[in-house]
Design a protein around this ligand. Structure first.
Ligand SMILES: NC(=O)c1ccc[n+]([C@@H]2O[C@H](COP(=O)([O-])OP(=O)(O)OC[C@H]3O[C@@H](n4cnc5c(N)ncnc54)[C@H](O)[C@@H]3O)[C@@H](O)[C@H]2O)c1
Length: 355
């Protein structure tokens, strides 16, 4: 079975989702929609993607820029089985009414509030909860990163409490009008919104997050302190668990990766989904420490790409395209070129009761 996928909003996330859809064996890109023509839309046409007009946009605007248009959002919806809303924060809520009236299953991104959808989603944490749902929200980049890490640590070691400080990139690379250009801006609200957002996916997790924005566009970095309920005998067990999970990459000390610039250089060297993206949680083995029951680790998050494989899995979960999370994740990661995890030695398998 091949499902037809529409992407509404063709910016940072939308264009990556569209590129990922065309790589899936069980999906076809029905088209992309946006409100205005620009170089990204021109590139979409060069790739052969059908372009539709949405929101306040008009076909005349596109045609005046020599961009042919296949129709309006309503035409795209008519030609699709599911729509992925990648419009700017808070616009998804407005678009939700259009999708609901058309009766089309829809996926929203993390800039929307949780109540835009029936559930909030992160593939490793709650794939099955999205089965058959008509409205699903893929949580934001920072929330996805914590949900993934919690999905590794919770079954293996239990978590009594999680503290995370999020050092956030100020803007995406193309967002030239956003700042700060020079400065560190604390978010004075505690918890910052990401902690409660994680709880929309993993309700029982005790977590407090704080956040600061810094003058960089490349990635976010999280400093995590996690009190484990069943701490392992050695830090090696923690490293092996992360290595055994899909969508994690751990650098070793000898890799000489001192921070986000080299992580992105790693992305440029290998190229996934046609881009220099790094959709995995990036950890440093030598940055993972255990002091008693307290686990410390850092993770770097490429905000532009981490939610893309999650969005593909959300489509499969909603439309019943995969029997379980593992097979969907494997299909997504294989098609995008995300390296497969390293299997745990049999003796280290998760005990059934803890899983
Ligand atoms: N960029 C990130 O780092 C990031 C990471 C994770 C999640 N998200 C979330 O993804 C969503 C999209 O963010 P983005 O960074 O791709 O934004 P973006 O500004 O890069 O792209 C949004 C696109 O939507 C278009 N648009 C404007 N009005 C529209 C409408 N009414 N209907 C459809 N499209 C419209 C814009 O022209 C633009 O091309 C937001 O919810 C955001 O919070 C962003």
């Amino acid at each position: 079975m091949t499902v037809r996928v529409a992407v509404n909003g063709y910016g940072t996330i939308g264009k990556r989702v569209a590129d990922a859809v065309v790589r899936q064996p069980d999906m076809k890109l029905a088209g992309i929609a946006d409100i205005r023509p620009n170089f990204e839309i021109r590139t979409a046409r060069a790739k052969g993607y059908p372009v539709f007009v949405t929101g306040t946009g008009t076909p005349e605007q596109f045609r005046s820029e020599d961009l042919d248009v296949a129709g309006h959002l309503a035409d795209l919806i008519h030609a699709s089985d599911v729509i992925v809303d990648c419009s700017p924060e808070s616009i998804g809520k407005v678009n939700a009414k259009v999708y609901q009236d058309a009766g089309i299953p829809c996926i929203f991104q993390g800039g929307e509030k949780a109540d835009v959808a029936t559930i909030s989603f992160s593939a490793l944490a709650n794939f099955d909860a999205a089965r058959g749902k008509k409205q699903v929200r893929v949580v934001s980049c920072n929330t996805t990163a914590i949900c993934r890490a919690a999905s590794v640590l919770l079954p293996a070691f239990g978590v009594d409490h999680w503290e995370a400080t999020l050092i956030r990139r100020a803007a995406d690379p193309a967002e030239v009008a956003k700042g700060p250009i020079d400065g560190i801006l604390p978010s004075f609200k505690v918890p910052s919104h990401q902690g409660p957002d994680v709880q929309t996916v993993i309700p029982g997790l005790s977590i407090t997050t704080t956040a600061l924005s810094v003058s960089t566009t490349l990635m976010h970095v999280h400093s995590n302190q996690v009190r484990l309920s069943r701490p392992p005998a050695s830090i090696r067990e923690v490293i092996d668990r992360f290595r055994a999970s899909p969508r994690f990459h751990l650098f070793r000390e000898g890799d000489r990766v001192s921070g986000t610039p080299q992580v992105m250089e790693y992305g440029r060297d290998r190229v996934l989904n046609g881009r220099p993206d790094v959709p995995e949680n990036i950890l440093w083995e030598h940055g993972i420490h255990l002091v008693g029951a307290q686990l410390y680790f850092f993770q770097a998050i490429h905000q532009e790409s981490i939610v893309v494989p999650e969005t593909i899995d959300a489509i499969r979960a909603m439309l019943g395209l995969a029997p379980d999370a593992a097979s969907s994740i494997e299909m997504t990661d294989r098609s995008l070129g995300i390296p497969r995890p390293v299997a745990l030695a049999p003796a280290a398998a998760v005990p059934a009761a803890a899983a």
